[in-house]
Design a protein around this ligand. Structure first.
Ligand SMILES: C[S@@+](CC[C@H](N)C(=O)[O-])C[C@H]1O[C@@H](n2cnc3c(N)ncnc32)[C@H](O)[C@@H]1O
Length: 232
């Protein structure tokens, strides 16, 4: 896939911020679930987090509010988003590294040391073949007992990519009321050119083939899902 997947996040980060602020992609619901899961799983043991396609790292502070971080490493192609992320971490008391790099390269250099690999709405920019490679690399970077927390868009098995994306765009135009038409058009073009959502069936098979234990059925919020994939 071309690197144009990050263009909108370089030039128009403020539009995406608006989408998140209005919770159109259910970040709030997913963050609440992830926060509870992390607190139950790790308690106060210090953990290391790798965030792939971190953007401005907007969710990290809330999901880690009651757990102890030893380190956080985020990768993203957008320098603009990383600048916002840097500001968020300026008072962090743990090691925090932000790197401008393609996810496909980032996963190769991570090393086996993370309790948590987190990726939210970024891997759908890769083809299924590239996603599978990323999952394999993610599995290797996790310590035993670690978890891959994966939030993304997924299409039903019987829907083609084109059908799914058209449905998504129709939904943007009818429900994302706080965006101007030009903003909706910008996002719709980005979606059509750069989004390759996996099917739910493909995702389940890929997770199992990689060796993950699927902690629970994926949590669904209208076209968006959270997967909790554990390395035993
Ligand atoms: C929809 S935003 C998600 C940001 C954040 N993780 C969230 O959940 O709000 C997608 C992010 O992935 C980044 N991105 C897209 N393709 C990428 C790639 N191949 N490598 C690294 N980052 C990429 C974009 O720059 C953008 O910040």
């Amino acid at each position: 896939m071309p690197n144009s997947s990050a263009e909108i996040f370089i030039d128009s980060w403020r539009v995406y911020e608006k989408v998140v602020a209005h919770n159109y992609m259910y970040h709030d619901e997913f963050h609440t679930k992830v926060k509870i899961y992390l607190e139950k799983k790790f308690g106060t043991s210090p953990i290391n987090i790798l965030d792939l396609g971190c953007g401005d790292a907007s969710g990290i502070n809330s999901i880690t509010e009651n757990i102890t971080l030893n380190s956080y490493r985020g990768y993203d192609l957008s320098g603009t988003a990383l600048e916002y992320a840097r500001a968020k971490f300026k008072d962090a008391e743990y090691s925090c590294i932000l790197v401008q790099k393609d996810i496909r390269e980032a996963v190769k250099e991570a090393g086996e040391k993370y309790e948590v690999v987190y990726s939210s709405y970024a891997l759908h920019h890769l083809s299924d073949e590239e996603k599978q490679k990323a999952f394999t690399a993610i599995y290797s970077t996790l310590v035993p007992g670690g978890v891959f927390i994966y939030i993304d868009i997924f299409r039903p098995q019987l829907e083609s990519r084109e059908e799914y994306l058209q449905g998504y765009i129709t939904w943007i135009y009818s429900e994302w009321h706080s965006l101007k038409d030009a903003e909706k058009a910008l996002i719709s073009n980005h979606v059509l050119e750069n989004d390759y959502p996996a099917s739910e069936d493909w995702m389940k098979k890929a997770a199992l083939n990689t060796g993950f234990y699927i902690f629970n059925s994926p949590v669904n919020f209208h076209k968006h899902q959270l997967w909790l994939l554990e390395k035993e």
